[in-house]
Ligand binder design. Structure first.
Ligand code: 4IP
Ligand code: ADP
Length: 305
């Protein structure tokens, strides 16, 4: 597996902005995030839009989603714009209809790498030093002897380790991070795994406000119904996609699906139910199983009636 030299993998630049809710390997328990505008992969566009660094696969998904029943559950897509020789996908900035909102990013599914990535990792393994460093920063004992001697791990190995350390494998989703309306940021969820730990984090995000929980539950139940009827959803492997939760002091709540950079169209003969456990080759992603669990947990946060 580790016969090849450690490669310098070309990666797209990560968004460094700040309402960004992903810790990117940093071990942050709590900090104050700075507001827009965001450098890196995102820019604020005109008329309440957001520009995200162009990715053709993501563009194709947005184009199809604009024609699908899921349209009200994703940011509206407005095409491509070039800035400083870089193309960007233009989409609605979901924050615009909220007043100093609290924001949470939950990465959905029981798997965070594509089957295609697994294939590449087998055929052309490219051990990564940066991922080794991120792994050791969380758990110095995690790398194997071989990984330690190489000071590098394969991406799929890193991703699988992150999945089992967090709630991805056991619950079918994980909290990536949240920012509360007082700008307090929580991004240290790499080890948030059990149902109880996740509920505690969700309760912190909503400040124990049951009206907000009701709002999210209603929206997620509607989303589940629409997902079950969606042609787009049936015919795509949806990996690494997030649900973005937003609420503000007025009591307004909203949830949208974002990040289709790793959503792959399936071969014509194949459809997914998004609940069957993944086996190599079946392409199942556990998205709906994760959503079922998330809905159950939010329901458990409400007082018994
Ligand atoms: O969250 P941490 O532990 O930092 O790990 C990150 C996330 O899984 C990223 O997924 P996302 O962008 O969905 O958050 C992933 O990008 P991909 O989506 O490209 O797989 C990164 O892979 P690299 O970009 O290869 O480093 C990986 O290093
Ligand atoms: N349409 C949007 N409106 C508002 N915020 C967004 C939107 N899309 C993404 N974001 C913010 O940017 C963060 C990263 O977005 P994402 O699409 O997951 O980027 P990446 O593919 O680089 O991981 C999200 O957690 C969210 O905070």
């Amino acid at each position: 597996m580790f016969d090849e030299p450690v490669a310098q993998v070309q990666r797209r630049p990560r968004p460094r902005f700040t309402h960004t809710l992903k810790s990117r390997g940093r071990s942050v328990t709590q900090s104050v995030c700075s507001p827009f505008p965001f450098p890196g992969s995102f820019h604020v566009g005109d008329y309440g839009t957001l520009l995200k660094r162009f990715c053709e696969g993501e563009q194709q998904c947005y184009l199809r989603l604009m024609e699908d029943v899921l349209r009200p559950y994703v940011p509206a897509y407005h095409g491509v714009v070039q800035r400083d020789e870089q193309n960007y996908n233009i989409m609605d900035n979901l924050l615009t209809h909220f007043n100093r909102p609290a924001i949470m990013d939950c990465k959905m599914g029981s798997r965070t790498y594509l089957e295609g990535e697994l294939l590449v990792a087998r055929e052309r393994p490219q051990p990564r030093k940066d991922m080794y460093d991120k792994m050791v920063a969380v758990d110095p004992e995690a790398p194997t002897m071989q990984e330690r001697s190489q000071h590098a791990v394969l991406k799929t190995r890193y991703m699988q380790w992150r999945e089992t350390l967090s709630s991805t494998t056991s619950l079918g989703f994980r909290i990536e991070g949240f920012r509360k309306s007082n700008e307090e940021c929580h991004t240290n969820f790499k080890r948030t795994k059990s149902r109880e730990q996740v509920i505690e984090a969700l309760d912190n995000f909503v400040d124990s406000n049951t009206q907000i929980v009701w709002g999210y539950l209603r929206r997620l139940k509607q989303l589940r119904q629409v997902l079950e009827a969606s042609d787009f959803f049936r015919t795509h492997e949806v990996v690494g996609s997030s649900l973005l939760f937003l609420h503000d002091w007025t009591g307004r709540t909203g949830v949208w699906m974002i990040d289709f950079g790793k959503t792959a169209v399936l071969p014509a003969h194949l459809t997914l139910n998004h609940r069957t456990p993944w086996e190599d080759g079946n392409r199942e992603d556990g998205y709906l199983w994760g959503l079922d669990n998330l809905i159950d947990m939010l329901a458990d946060m409400l007082p018994l009636t």
